[in-house]
Design a protein around this ligand. Structure first.
Ligand code: 2HG
Ligand code: ZN
Length: 494
């Protein structure tokens, strides 16, 4: 398990001296009002601790503003007084990106009360939302206008749109619709000094110089606070067809994806790989319901097609894909969801894998991507090398194979105790997996971001020039280093 003290880093200090915590709290109360300014351990606890309980920091105050103007006033004050600011949405980061550092006098700016749907434009196919709207409310707002907002992640009930944009969230429908970066048309951002920089125009074409919004997408709150966004809307598909499929191995899964794309093209909406140990773990967590496939297959995929054909035609298309898979010895069993309810059950199994791991004391989390053409070899190599170190380790491997992204999360052998096991193996095994992914031209963080958990790894896995440019951008926008200090950017080695 990661040590919370690792969050503190001397290099992340804000330049200049901050006032005493009581002075900071007083100033915050004057801006947002007493009821929207929390202080003291009990009231701030849930805002200074990440949801897995791995990272815990300190804050002089947690503020819950209701307008962009209030956020601007908070930042202007913090900038003038050298106070660190930590933007926070639903606090669902897996990387410790949304909580303050230890010994920080930070102000946490939680966007939960900025939760208004500002506009839905079904002709322009866009919607404008404040940053604190939850992902599930955003989906409902789109549905109310017979449109789809396609981002799909397990935490949709609590994660917020501002956090989704700040972390460039991915999830299970990226294969068809892209990740958050592809779905954002405009952002309103409060800069570290309090200025408001807005591109809330909903344009699909705007070639007027640097496309500034993309600086803030994926910046994890290190360059400013996103307060509102314009998002793309899509047509709602008329029907879906979903199946769990037992495949021979990861390379058969990749070949099956090729078959599916050739037959169904854009209709292939999700293509998720799931290893046998991942399935065993999640079924156990869910109280052992009837497994979707008998005989505990070693490798499975969850495939979803969606489209505007009628349901029968779409299911026929899925059956054809599976038959081709059987004929090519890629597939040896399949279960097609017989109803919408069964499709939901299939998806629930997939979406609960993450929490199933947390419940068992945590696994070694690696969120890697490699080119699709290399993913099967990567999974085989990495599995063999990890098993050579710990033969009975449980290979919890799953995720968005269609995007070349797997959550490669080895879990301790059944008889091992979580804490000492993780203390002994976490760094070594995650380092090994990341190194293999990097060698395949891959990424050590496909969709979960960097936060504090992966920050120092960037020194190894990003080039010096890339890091220099990242720091130059950071220093241009946030010369005092007040925005989410200690996150994303590793100390720069000259
Ligand atoms: C998922 O795909 C999430 O379920 C979480 O990205 C993955 O917990 C994880 O490693
Ligand atoms: Zn994922």
């Amino acid at each position: 398990m990661l040590d919370p003290s690792a969050v503190s880093s001397p290099e992340s200090a804000v330049s200049g001296t901050a006032p005493a915590p009581e002075t900071i709290a007083e100033a915050m109360r004057a801006i947002v009002g007493a009821t929207a300014c929390l202080t003291g351990d009990t009231d701030t606890e849930k805002y200074v601790t990440d949801y897995r309980g791995l990272y815990r920091g300190t804050a002089s105050a947690v503020v819950l503003p209701t307008s962009t103007e209030q956020v601007s006033a908070v930042l202007a004050w913090c900038h003038a007084h050298n106070v660190a600011v930590v933007p926070q949405g639903g606090n669902t980061s897996l990387m410790g990106g949304a909580v303050p550092e230890l010994n920080a006098q930070a102000v946490v700016v939680n966007l939960a009360r900025m939760n208004q749907v500002l506009a839905v434009d079904p002709i322009n196919d866009t919607m404008t939302l404040q940053a604190g709207v939850t992902l599930s409310s955003a989906r409902v707002a789109a549905e109310d206008h017979a449109r789809l907002f396609p981002l799909r992640i397990g935490s949709e009930g609590s994660c917020q749109i501002g956090g989704n944009v700040s972390t460039n969230a991915g999830g299970t429908a990226v294969l068809r619709y892209g990740n958050m970066r592809d779905l954002v048309l405009g952002v309103e951002v409060v800069l570290p000094d309090g200025r408001i920089c807005s591109s809330l125009r909903g344009l699909r074409k705007d070639n007027t110089g640097y496309d500034l919004k993309h600086l803030f997408v994926g910046a994890e709150g290190t360059l400013g606070i996103i307060t509102a966004v314009v998002l793309k809307l899509m047509p709602q598909p008329a029907c879906t067809a979903v199946a769990f499929v037992a495949v021979t191995d990861p390379s058969a899964a990749v070949a099956l994806l090729g078959v599916a794309k050739a037959r169904a093209g854009q209709a292939v909406t999700a293509f998720e790989l799931i290893s046998g140990p991942a399935m065993t773990l999640v079924l156990d967590y869910l109280g052992n319901p009837v497994p979707p496939l008998a005989g505990n297959p070693e490798w499975m995929v969850l495939i979803e097609l969606s489209g505007n054909a009628d349901e029968e035609a779409l299911t026929a298309e899925l059956i054809e894909i599976l038959e081709t898979g059987i004929n090519q010895s890629l597939v040896h069993d399949a279960a097609i969801a017989a109803s919408g309810a069964q499709a939901q059950t299939f998806w629930k199994i997939r979406e609960e894998i993450s929490d199933a791991q947390t419940r068992t004391g945590g696994s070694i989390k690696c969120d890697v991507s490699v080119p699709l053409s290399r993913i099967a070899a990567f999974v085989d190599d990495a599995s063999a090398q990890v098993r050579a170190l710990v033969p009975d380790i449980r290979m919890v491997i799953y995720g968005h194979m269609g995007d070349g992204n797997v959550h490669f999360n080895p879990l301790r052998p059944a008889e091992a105790v979580a804490k000492p096991f993780l203390a002994e193996w976490y760094t070594r095994i995650s380092g090994l997996v990341d190194t293999l992914a990097h060698a395949e031209q891959g990424s050590i963080s496909a969709e979960h971001g960097i936060g504090v958990a992966k920050r120092d790894d960037l020194t190894t896995f990003k080039s010096k020039v890339e890091l220099q440019v990242m720091w130059q951008i950071k220093q241009a926008l946030d010369p005092k280093g007040i925005m989410n200090p200690g996150k994303v950017l590793p100390p720069l080695v000259q």
